[in-house]
Design a protein around this ligand. Sequence first.
Ligand code: NAD
Ligand code: USQ
Length: 404
Amino acid sequence: QAAAADGLPKAQKVMVIGGDGYCGWATALHLSNKGYEVAIVDSLVRRLFDHQLGLDSLTPIASIHNRIRRWKSLTGKTIELHIGDICDFEFLEEAFRSFQPDAAVHFGEQRSAPYSMIDRSRAIFTQHNNVIGTLNVLFAIKEFQQDCHLVKLGTMGEYGTPNIDIEEGYITITHNGRTDTLPYPKQASSFYHLSKVHDSHNIAFTCKAWGIRATDLNQGVVYGVRTEETEMHEELQNRLDYDAVFGTALNRFCVQAAVGHPLTVYGKGGQTRGYLDIRDTVQCVELAIANPGRPGEFRVFNQFTEQFSVNELASLVTNAGKKVGLDVKTTSVPNPRVEAEEHYYNAKHTKLIELGLQPHLLSDSLLDSLLNFAVKYKDRVDTKQIMPSVSWKSIGSKPKTLTS
Ligand code: NAD
Ligand code: USQ
């Protein structure tokens, strides 16, 4: 390992777990472009969810094999590929032993809250896949690659919406005259978001017990599709989900505006979250890798750049739509989730800025380009996938097939 200016070892080899997904693909290319040696580990289960639920990305996406071949032919850079499930420890062991990563970026989880609330089996799958997968990564680091820095994708949703400011991972509390710095309280609101809480606890424990060094990136909702690398060729194009199971708020609203569907504000629309551009996701991960913590340290960074309520997003998209000639309407949809619809929200997010993050804030030009992008592919939109069909209250043990 080469030493960085501050004396810490500089990561050279990065394993990107979940590197065929939305954030992972963009990150794998970005790191490869920056000179890191990259290996993608992915089970391709995300593509299977699409088949099982009858969904598809707005953008056509090439197979992972063709993606990697195209990257090599354009840039001369090789990305190693390991197809398999990280819940299978023998597979993961082989990937770790052969690649010997200096850093492992872990995106490889079932990441949809609605998916985890479809039925019992999807709830169990989500928590098993995410919690056991992460435990396996922790064991693999302990057994085969002790110095490997774990960069784990967490979520801002771990904190829920408390009526006080949200800190970055820890809060200092004085209780009965004594003071301590403790993990910030977690109040997740789906079986998916809860799986991230369980991961955080397991990671924190293994940092203490085994001296693992880890960074939990509590990421907000990601929007956008293009990065410097994915726009180099059609075969490098990223996925863009707009359906009610995997699509996230701002991406969905842009696609809805493009096809003339009213924007689906759930409930009162005061739900406020942290958001970031996918170009900042790749930047944040690179910053976390380039500035690893100490062995035994469990760092937590809140990874988002701006806060918006759902109503604010709807009004931003409505105004941007006008400029590109779209007449955008909004509809209030009965909220399929159980969540606060009007609440206080003020979350700290300074640690990544201190490391050098230069945010791409949500601007008119980004909204214009995302809208134009959605218009370009609007013939691929299946409007039946737009309205929500998963209800937090009616989840049951009976297996459910979504048909609308
Ligand atoms: P995604 O579903 O597009 O990608 C996840 C990838 O992981 C997929 O390619 C999938 O096949 C793979 N995967 C899942 N389980 C696996 C397993 N057991 N073994 C191997 N591979 C497996 O999701 P994304 O949007 O890219 O999110 C990536 C990570 O970032 C997730 O952990 C998610 O919780 C987190 N995150 C995402 C967002 C967002 O808005 N997209 C926001 C905050 C946090
Ligand atoms: N919402 C609407 N209308 C829609 C879609 C969503 O009003 O059509 C509302 C939801 O009710 C929620 C908010 O928008 O209050 C955000 O929902 P979302 O679907 O955009 O995001 P969420 O379910 O929170 O999950 C996404 C990713 C997940 C990640 C999380 C970050 O899918 O992987 O962990 O964002 S965070 O929200 O900060 O926890």
